[in-house]
Write a protein that binds this ligand. Structure first.
Ligand code: NDP
Length: 245
């Protein structure tokens, strides 16, 4: 139980990669709070699943686009579990549509959820963290490779995390807190189903021609959250089946 006694908060933990991260951190011994936007049923079922196997989990409805709600979720985690050691900034939205008709609403929403919430949650969580704290951002292989039209704004939001993660690593290193950016490739979730129309085109440019399973991404997050990763900071860790190779 490498995370025994630790407390984690995962944004966007009700489904997909976030849910796999919640399960894995709980299995490794952490008490895990996670946020969601609207999937109350999935969130409740995940808490029940973890509780039934002896773990500790708490779901918090908190829109990542709402800075006050993000701060409140971090503070609620601290209030209930008494500490915050690990923050996983996973919540994300994907608007992939033609440049000519891309709306400003989608532009602003993408930046609010994918970038601003990472800054807000990190600032709030770091205030509670001490030596050994961990901030793990979920970026994307699209940070620097956009294999089809329409992904510019999403890619921009994920490349912003490269710079933000490096900067926060410098800001928080003196407190003993690491900050890293995980860049998944195509991963089988509601956002990017392995059976979706775009999957064959993605597999064409990968060295390993399949989607990742969310559990594979969670494994890398668990490593970064754990005691062996204390010297890993400011890193961009690809887990993309060779998408960028
Ligand atoms: P899903 O769409 O399958 O799940 C998204 C999760 O984030 C859900 O739990 C959802 O909550 C939550 N969420 C979405 N918007 C908000 C919000 N405004 N506030 C709070 N929670 C929110 O996505 P994935 O699991 O595929 O993606 C997770 C992360 O991984 C994202 O950052 C994504 O960009 C990144 N990523 C995904 C890849 C992929 O191929 N799947 C590849 C590379 C990166 P709710 O259930 O309530 O809607």
């Amino acid at each position: 139980m490498p995370l025994s006694g630790r407390v984690a908060i995962v944004t966007g933990g009700s489904r997909g990669i976030g849910a796999a991260i919640v399960r894995r951190l709980a299995r490794d011994g952490a008490a895990v709070a996670f946020t969601y936007a609207s999937s109350e049923k999935a969130a409740t079922e995940l808490v029940d699943e973890i509780s039934s196997t002896g773990g500790k989990a708490m779901a918090i409805k908190s829109d990542a686009a709402d800075a006050a709600a993000v701060r409140a979720a971090v503070d609620q985690t601290f209030g209930v579990f008494g500490r915050v050691d690990i923050l996983v900034n996973n919540a994300g939205v994907l608007h992939w549509s033609p440049f000519e008709t891309f709306t400003l609403e989608d532009f602003d929403r993408t930046l609010a959820v994918n970038v601003r919430s990472v800054f807000v949650a990190s600032q709030a969580a770091a205030a509670h963290m001490g030596e050994g704290g961990r901030i793990i951002n979920i970026g994307s292989c699209n940070a620097d490779r956009v294999p089809s039209a329409g992904g510019g704004v999403y890619a921009m939001s994920k490349s912003a995390l490269v710079g933000l993660s490096a900067g926060l690593a410098r800001d928080l290193g003196p407190k003993g807190i690491t900050v890293n950016n995980v860049l998944p490739g195509p991963t089988d979730t509601d956002m990017n189903p392995e059976k979706g129309d775009h999957a064959p085109g993605l597999h064409d440019i990968m060295a390993i021609k399949r989607h990742a399973r969310p559990e594979e991404i969670a494994g890398m997050v668990a490593y970064l959250a754990g005691p062996e990763a204390g010297m890993v900071t400011g890193a961009n860790l690809r887990i993309d089946g060779g998408f960028a190779a």
